[in-house]
Design a protein around this ligand. Structure first.
Ligand code: 5GP
Length: 202
């Protein structure tokens, strides 16, 4: 069966990954992996759409039951990718979009080396800070925590396959770039190991 591509998009807070991924999801070729989290919903977030908001006890139960493809702790909360839903999407041939942080992304790559890891970045650290302060949905303490975390996140960049810069107002260009990456990856000879044999058979 034709399998979909596992596409992981990570990005520090303020990289605009929600906006860019929203654009990718306008096409039926992409399905968003709704993560489970123990963090409280932000205003406007909907259970089952943005996240499955669950208790810590339930999260730990799901880990024990082997129901998570990957999970991590980030700024004091658990986040994880539900395994069953992920496999169903990939089997259906559609691309599965994971919007997850770096530790989870590296775990995905270990388990599924065929996954494509894309890092979305603001143009600079200074612009990232401006964006976070402008967002004003979080406390100063949280903002500083997320900026500090960015320094660690950037250390993992060499393990990623692609980097995409999100300049102000250029989310649509980022989405185009990611669609181009996915198209190119799908044409990689390594993803078509039987191509030569099939060429003569069909
Ligand atoms: P936020 O609280 O801002 O929604 O997410 C915090 C971080 O957790 C973001 O970098 C986000 O991409 C990441 N994240 C969301 N869901 C998952 C998940 O299922 N697994 C992992 N490893 N990270 C996640």
């Amino acid at each position: 069966m034709k399998k979909g591509l596992l596409v992981v998009v990570s990005g520090p807070a303020g990289s605009g990954k929600g906006t860019v991924n929203g654009m990718l999801l306008e096409s039926e070729d992409y399905v968003y992996s709704v993560s489970a989290t123990t963090r409280a919903p932000r205003p406007g977030e909907v259970d089952g759409v943005n996240y499955h908001f669950i208790s810590k006890e339930e999260f730990l139960r799901r880990i024990d039951a082997g129901e998570m493809l990957e999970y991590t702790q980030y700024c004091g909360n658990y986040y994880g990718t539900p395994l069953k839903e992920a496999l169903e999407v990939l089997e259906s041939g559609r691309n599965l979009l994971l919007e997850i942080e770096v530790e989870g992304a590296l775990n995905v790559k270990k388990l599924y080396p065929e996954a494509v890891l894309i890092m979305l970045l603001p143009p600079s650290f200074a612009i990232q800070e401006e964006r976070l302060r402008g967002r004003a949905t979080e406390t100063e303490e949280k903002i500083l925590e997320r900026l500090e975390r960015t320094k660690e996140e950037l250390l993992t960049l060499p393990s990623y396959d692609y980097v995409v810069y999100n300049h102000d107002g250029a989310a649509d260009r980022c989405a185009d770039q990611i669609r181009a990456i996915v198209l190119a990856e799908k044409s990689a000879v390594s993803r078509h190991p039987a191509a030569a044999v099939q060429y003569f058979e069909n």
